[in-house]
Design a protein around this ligand. Structure first.
Ligand SMILES: Nc1ncnc2c1ncn2[C@@H]1O[C@H](COP(=O)(O)OP(=O)(O)OP(=O)(O)O)[C@@H](O)[C@H]1O
Length: 340
């Protein structure tokens, strides 16, 4: 197990006038044994950062430390890292046992030690009865578990996951997420998990790094990121549906954007006064709740209402009240959170 320290990490592709910088000086201190999720929209640089840590991509600037070693130029095989990919990357002609054992065989680990480690990993992953089969005789979720098993048997210091669940259907994704959590609880290996799915990020992370366009927007626990988003970017990226951001909120201050989540707005009952005038445009039923999409003073606002409660219909106007202790303020120019 090991800590990971990213110190002003920069990545540029190409050279000279054609150079294209995609990571702009990332800093992060990851503690030994933490489960960190790297989340952000497509193209923000998540995979590039992960691949630099794995040693599959050269680091242009800054320092990468794993444990007490600066590993910028250390070859991948010497970094003591195991990576789990989206497409599993299993050998189709080998049995699942052989797939899991392959890396150890290459590393000349004795056969009885290989057997011991594969059996142990298979037990943790509930794959023991499937070891003699080929990958094609497994479901997608089981294949992904074999890929994880192959990573576990190497007893690495660090696990890197590159969107490992994105090929699975929604139900399996949920189950595999729980398995990964159990695995981490059991093994306690420092893990970095890349995803563009904010639900996956919120549910898996002990702490999450929210990235945007090659920069870290926020590094914090899911609670911090949800309750105290550092910027309008984080506020609208984390949470579904996203936080309402009002540039001209009634009663707001110039130069400030007011943020409030759809779940923190109440309908004002009856003909009550106060709050904001809200005109409903569309209504969506999501099962346990209903989403009302509409306008407040020309700006888009979404309100979440528990199913079973009365709600205004499209075309109707009502009053809504944002909960005073749930308001967020952001600087209109920089988009950064204002704490005072
Ligand atoms: N080999 C390369 N040469 C030049 N530019 C690249 C190369 N690989 C990636 N990029 C660019 O670097 C940026 C970050 O890409 P990266 O794949 O890290 O993003 P990502 O956040 O992982 O996105 P996704 O979720 O779509 O995989 C993108 O603008 C991409 O076009």
């Amino acid at each position: 197990m090991a800590s990971i320290s990213l110190r002003n990490i920069v990545k540029r592709y190409g050279h000279g006038p054609k150079a294209h910088q995609v990571i702009h000086g990332v800093n992060a201190e990851i503690q030994n044994g933490e489960f960190i999720v790297l989340v952000g929209p497509s193209g923000c640089g998540k995979s590039t950062l992960l691949r630099m840590i794995a040693g599959l991509e050269e680091i242009t600037g800054g320092e990468l430390w794993i444990g007490n070693r600066m590993v910028n130029t250390l070859e991948p095989a010497k970094r003591n890292i195991a990576m789990v990919f989206q497409n599993y990357a299993l050998y189709p002609h080998m049995s699942n046992f052989e797939n899991m054992a392959y890396g150890l065989k290459i590393a000349k680990v004795p056969a009885d030690e290989i057997r011991r480690r594969v059996d142990k990993a298979a037990k943790i992953l509930e794959l023991s009865h499937l070891l003699e089969r080929k990958p094609r005789e497994l479901s997608g979720g089981q294949r992904q578990r074999v890929a994880m098993g192959r990573a576990i048997v190497r007893e690495p210091q660090v696990f890197l996951f590159d969107e490992p669940l994105s090929n699975l259907d929604a139900k399996l994704r949920g189950q595999t997420r729980i398995e990964i959590q159990k695995l981490h609880a059991e093994l306690g290996i420092t893990s970095l998990f890349v995803t563009h799915d904010q639900v996956e990020a919120m549910t898996l992370a002990q702490r999450m790094i929210v990235m945007n366009a090659g920069n870290v927007e926020q590094f914090g626990t899911p609670e911090e990121v949800y309750h105290q988003p550092a910027s309008t970017f984080v506020a609208s990226f984390i949470g579904s549906p996203p936080m309402n951001l009002l540039h001209h909120a009634p009663g707001g201050q110039t130069g400030r954007i007011l943020g409030v989540r759809p779940e923190h707005i109440d309908l004002v009952p009856g003909n009550g006064s106060g709050g904001w005038e809200f005109t409903v445009e569309t209504v969506e039923l999501l099962g346990a709740e209903r989403l009302l999409y509409g306008k407040v003073g020309g700006e888009d606002v979404t309100v979440r209402v528990e199913e079973g409660r009365p709600y205004p219909k499209p075309g109707e106007t009502t009053r809504i009240a944002a909960r005073a202790d749930r308001l967020h303020w952001f600087d209109q120019t920089t988009g950064q959170r204002i704490t005072a």
